[in-house]
Design a protein around this ligand. Sequence first.
Ligand SMILES: [Zn+2]
Length: 125
Amino acid sequence: MSNIRSKDTTPEERVRKYLFSQGFRYRKNDKRYPGHPDIVLPKYKTAIFVNGCFWHMHGCKEFVLPKSNLDYWLPKLQRNKVRDEENNAKLKEMGWNVIVLWECEVKDINFFQKLEKTISSVSIR
Ligand SMILES: [Zn+2]
């Protein structure tokens, strides 16, 4: 466990390392696609977003609205969420699969097993 949980490793990097170790080849932050997905698997037409729970208003324990400047934060965060939905819809229209992963999930030790299942279900098609 101590090997996996490195403080310098961002959730995106954890996912990328895992995918690479499983033989997936990906592109990072590809600007050609709506929302600039964190990870693009061209072979599987799959875009993966690794969302921070705060910035993308995840309905989990990690998301806590700031106590001050709510007039500033709430519209800003809500805009992020709307933009996420728009980008996902655009990608799907382009025939892409969209996988949204959350920072809090990526921290979970069992997470990569679940991810493997998600990706194999997508790539079979
Ligand atoms: Zn979360």
